[in-house]
Design a protein around this ligand. Structure first.
Ligand SMILES: [Zn+2]
Length: 363
């Protein structure tokens, strides 16, 4: 089984500078140490479900790109620290639609070896929306492993009838679209687990509650036209990923009304956050009556987080867990962001302790 420690980029690009990469392996060890101390439950290794559940969310072209991107990059003389796109197809996205879904069969395409993804030189930008989706040696293996961790959690939740399972995924996933990486995310672990819960484990309706500081643009996009799952996100307004997360994004077609964004102001504090969470749980999640809940658990809402700009304190994570537990549904917690080492361990276990407090103790 691949290890989440396989990927460890050195730098990311921020405010015009290469700065230390914040999504580091120590995040996992810090949280795992705290989980063990907390005696919340057994720590079990992930099982391997193969690529099929990943391919239910991500395109084969994208997965194939991720698998080979780093070697191709290095072969072209790229910086061995990782793949950094130098061209993004943002405003020509409309033009790319002419290529259809991988249909590169026109005479021009064949004559000049055009492909929809821009070929070897263009694919880095085509499959990525920013410069924190840094692909390096081992990224594919780590992302694959993280997806298996989420899938294992889904299976344990249902087949062992647990009321909660925590999947300690790294890299995180909620910024990853079906064929675009970014925001430290490559495979969308929560989305992969959700599809597996619906399609393989037949759980019925799933509600995804995304409490990471950032909007989960990838998860939103993947399920935007579907009425199951319900996607609910509380996040900072006017912060990364900038172009997604407003209240007017409500879903489309069959999915209209099943995408709920709750943008909160920068500087949001404990009481405001708890009130917003309680309201959306009461007014949107509970009436949906989900059979099962997937929580995209980010703790970059913490006051000392080096990325987030909310002011949540460590004790309020227990209250957040209690509120999530008030739904009384089997719940899979999938780790997303949180970069304030070492506080992230306690903040995560506080959420889980709060959740547990709403369920009678098991003998
Ligand atoms: Zn985040």
């Amino acid at each position: 089984m691949p290890s989440p420690f396989f990927t460890s980029p050195v730098h990311e690009f921020e405010l015009g500078k290469f700065v230390a990469f914040k999504e580091v392996p120590a995040r996992v060890t810090t949280i795992l140490d705290q989980i063990r101390l907390s005696k919340l439950g057994d720590v079990v290794p992930a099982r391997d479900f193969g690529t099929a559940p990943i391919d239910r969310v991500h395109s084969l072209a994208y997965r194939t790109y991720l698998k080979h991107a780093y070697k191709d990059w290095c072969d072209r003389g790229g910086n061995p620290e990782g793949v950094f796109p130098d061209v993004f197809p943002v405003r020509v996205a409309g033009n790319l639609r002419r290529w259809g879904k991988g249909d590169d069969s026109s005479d021009t395409a064949q004559k000049f070896s055009y492909t929809a993804d821009g070929g070897l030189g263009g694919s880095a930008g085509y499959y990525c929306f920013d410069m924190t989706g840094v692909i390096t040696d081992g990224t594919y293996e780590a992302a694959y492993a993280a997806a298996q961790v989420a899938l294992t959690g889904a299976e344990l939740l249902v087949q062992e009838k647990q009321h909660a399972v925590f999947s300690l995924c790294r890299p995180p996933g909620h910024h990853a679209h079906s064929d675009i990486c970014g925001g430290y995310c490559f495979f969308n672990n929560a989305a992969i687990a959700t599809r597996y819960l619906s399609e393989k484990l037949k759980v019925g309706k799933v509600a995804i509650i995304d409490i990471d500081y950032h909007h989960g643009n990838g998860t939103q996009d993947i399920f935007y036209s579907e009425s199951n799952p319900l996607y609910v996100s509380l996040h900072a307004a006017l912060d990364y990923p900038y172009y997604w997360g407003s209240e007017v994004e409500v879903g489309e077609n069959e999915g209209e009304g099943f995408n709920v964004n709750v943008p909160l102001k920068l500087g949001t504090r404990d009481e405001e956050y708890v009130a917003a969470l309680k309201e959306v749980l009461d007014t949107r999640v509970a009436p949906y009556n989900p059979d099962c809940v997937v929580v995209s658990l980010g703790v970059d809402t913490f006051v000392n987080d080096p990325i987030g700009a909310f002011f949540l304190t460590t004790p309020v994570y227990t209250e957040i867990g209690r509120l999530l537990g008030s739904l009384q549904r089997p719940t899979l917690f999938v780790m997303e962001g949180g970069y304030a080492i070492p506080d992230i361990g306690v903040n995560v276990t506080n959420v889980l302790h709060g959740f547990e407090s709403r369920f009678p103790a098991q003998s």
